[in-house]
Write a protein that binds this ligand. Structure first.
Ligand SMILES: [Zn+2]
Length: 270
């Protein structure tokens, strides 16, 4: 039996008021999923990079090929509010919608992804680990995050230090979510309404904590969505560094393109 999740109104420290409406989870599950891509580091591989790391490190030329393929194929980037309205209310989306997300505050997302997205009129979502802001030259600083926000991209929460959501208890909610959210709201001057699970790791038990805090939706990786709370377990496809643009195209179509298919299975093509 699927029950609607009632999201409570909440007021965050910065003064933003979030009044999320009750979400009908059955309706969310019934709608065709929109592809959401997830990128991390954008840099050339080093000899020390292991194969598993290359899921998270995409060479700039490959990244540019991915984005060009999306533009040439007629995809339109959407932002989380549009995805939320589509999933919860059926609000129509542009043709061939896709969402581009970037995790972990990497500076090359500003240096390399930002101009590439601007070239095609695309927008993105940046999930920030607040401990990394301005930490060293490899990470974005406050000014860059503010600029991304001012330019119409969405800044969102990815915890303080990339801790595992499944292990949160007691004060962790404040340290890992409340304070980082407040910091991002102070930087951007906007409410922070979306969350991504570090490592894509989540458990059903913790999801009400996100509703309580006024988050509208949360993003994982490719696990099956929580049937009782799909809005807090939206799936994302890793834009792997070793996928050609053609492979990405194939995986978007085959992993997200067919609502009846089994979730969580990625095509293995070169
Ligand atoms: Zn991450």
């Amino acid at each position: 039996m699927l029950k609607p999740i009632i999201a409570l109104a909440s007021v965050c420290f910065f003064g933003f008021v979030s009044l999320a409406q009750p979400v009908n989870s059955a309706a969310v599950l019934a709608r065709k999923q929109v592809p959401v891509l997830c990128y991390h580091q954008i840099r050339n591989w080093r000899a020390s990079d292991k194969q598993a790391d290359k899921d998270y490190i995409i060479p700039p030329a490959t990244f540019k090929a991915h984005i060009k393929m999306l533009a040439d194929s007629g995809y339109h980037t959407i932002l989380p509010d549009e995805l939320y309205d589509y999933l919860t209310k059926g609000t129509p989306l542009p043709a061939k919608p896709i969402m581009l997300t970037f995790d972990d505050t990497d500076g090359d997302q500003f240096e390399i992804a930002r101009p590439e997205l601007i070239k095609y009129g695309f927008k993105g979502v940046y999930f920030i680990t607040t401990i990394d802001i301005g930490k060293n030259k490899h990470y974005m600083d406050r000014k860059q995050i503010k600029q991304l926000s001012d330019e119409g991209n969405i800044i969102a929460c990815h915890t303080l230090d990339h801790s595992n959501f499944k292990k949160f208890k007691g004060r962790d909610w404040e340290t890992q979510i409340d304070k980082p959210t407040k910091k991002l709201e102070a930087i951007t001057g906007k409410p922070i309404k979306y969350f991504a699970f570090p490592f894509g790791e989540w458990n059903s038990k913790g999801l009400p904590e996100l509703h309580k805090r006024g988050f509208k939706a949360a993003f994982q990786l490719t696990d099956r969505r929580d049937p009782n709370d799909p809005i807090m377990t939206i799936r994302r496809l890793l834009g792997c560094g070793y996928w050609s643009a053609k492979t990405l195209d194939y995986n978007i179509k085959h992993d997200f393109g067919h609502p009846a298919q089994k979730e969580g299975i990625l095509a293995k093509v070169k």
